[in-house]
Ligand binder design. Structure first.
Ligand code: ARG
Ligand code: MN
Ligand code: MN
Length: 351
């Protein structure tokens, strides 16, 4: 049998090396069907619709080195803790996030990049916490969102906890919170200097104040217009990981994309990122080789028509695949493929 290999031209070999980034090949997928951080219940079905779109299979087809393990969905028992003023469903939030943190920590310690499917954005308290606990080195956060999610219980006008996770995670904001029973496991150890936003266009006034006072790296849509997405991502990475040594946590709210690209989400805002820009961000992150964990949150299949839901889920899958090395230039055939199978002849296709 002829075992001659396809000779890959040098220019393509460079791409192969680039996209077959050694440390980004082991992925652990975790579902968090949590909807109590905001009032629209359908967001709990996010993990299911994203998986049903063939995510696991598509991830494993990116290249031969990808190894995907699905850890299933997080479940939790509600701990009896007291309610907190202006934090709706606080006991659920605290109980669920403890389990999220434990699961993410375990997956990252298993040597996998943890991909968490939400659920609403309040679950990022647990994902970031688990990522921090698993890594000995510092982490940095890229928060891709129309919103800053930087409210405290005192500044939020909605009381929805999905508008608060970043404020719970930041060390510099810890004094602005009351004691939170049932959250002792979570220490706000991440400095806001290691956080950058991309996609902002709906920022509450106290959030604006905090961003300005603390000098938070925040790229709004006008920055994307002024500099272009490529420069924006580079500037963001340069600020939060200047030496290129940190493990990157990407918390990707699907509402960062324009409402036309991702209509099925609870708090959509027009004038957002195109899917191309959304994909470009994650391709750039993939190329760093330092993605440690990614959240994809706020996909709500109960909002909009069937077409809207499909469009939104499709966008989410594209963004995720880009994060793990899918290339829009096309994927190379497996290098071990015998030459005679390409192009396929009648004889090579044995039924
Ligand atoms: N993860 C989100 N989609 N957050 C939307 C937050 C909206 C608003 N800023 C609030 O505090 O309620
Ligand atoms: Mn948002
Ligand atoms: Mn958000």
């Amino acid at each position: 049998m002829c075992e001659m290999l396809i000779k890959i031209p040098r220019v393509l070999q460079v791409f192969t090396k680039h996209f077959h980034n050694g440390n980004s090949s082991k992925i652990g997928v975790l579902g968090v069907p949590f909807n109590k951080g905001q009032p629209k219940l359908g967001v709990a079905k996010g993990p299911k619709v994203i998986r049903d779109a063939g995510l696991i299979q598509k991830l494993s087809e990116i290249h031969e080195l990808v190894d995907v393990k699905d850890y299933g969905d997080v479940s939790y028992n509600i701990n009896e803790v007291k309610e907190i003023l202006n934090m709706k469903e606080y006991p659920h939030f605290a109980s669920c996030n403890l389990e999220v943190s434990r699961n993410v920590e375990k997956i990252v310690k298993d040597g996998r990049i943890c991909l968490t499917l939400g659920g609403d954005h309040s679950i990022a308290v647990g994902t970031v916490d688990g990522h921090i606990k698993a890594k000995t080195e510092n982490i940095c956060i890229l928060w891709i969102d129309a919103h800053a999610d930087l409210n405290t219980n005192k500044t939020s006008s909605s009381g929805n906890v999905h508008g608060m996770p970043m404020a719970l995670l930041a060390r510099e904001l810890s004094d602005y919170w009351p004691y939170l029973p049932g959250m002792d496991w979570q220490k706000p150890v991440i400095s806001i200097r290691n956080v950058a936003y991309i996609g902002l266009r709906s920022v509450d006034s106290y959030e604006r104040l905090v961003i300005d006072r603390l000098g938070i790296t925040a790229f709004g849509m006008e920055d994307v217009e002024n500099y272009g997405i490529n420069t924006v991502v580079k500037m963001a990475l340069d600020r939060i990981d200047p030496e290129g040594r940190r493990s990157i946590h990407v918390s990707y709210d699907i509402d960062s994309l324009d409402s036309l690209e991702a209509p099925s989400t609870g708090t959509s805002v027009r004038g957002g990122l195109t899917l191309r820009e959304g994909i470009h961000i994650m391709e750039t992150i993939h190329k760093t080789g330092r993605l440690g964990a990614m959240d994809l949150v706020e996909v709500n299949p109960s909002i909009g028509s069937e077409k809207d839901v499909n469009r939104t889920v499709e966008a989410a899958v594209h963004v995720i695949l880009a994060a793990f090395g899918h290339s829009r230039r096309g994927l190379l055939p497996k290098t071990s493929l015998p030459l005679q199978t390409f192009p396929p002849t009648k004889e090579s296709i044995k039924i």
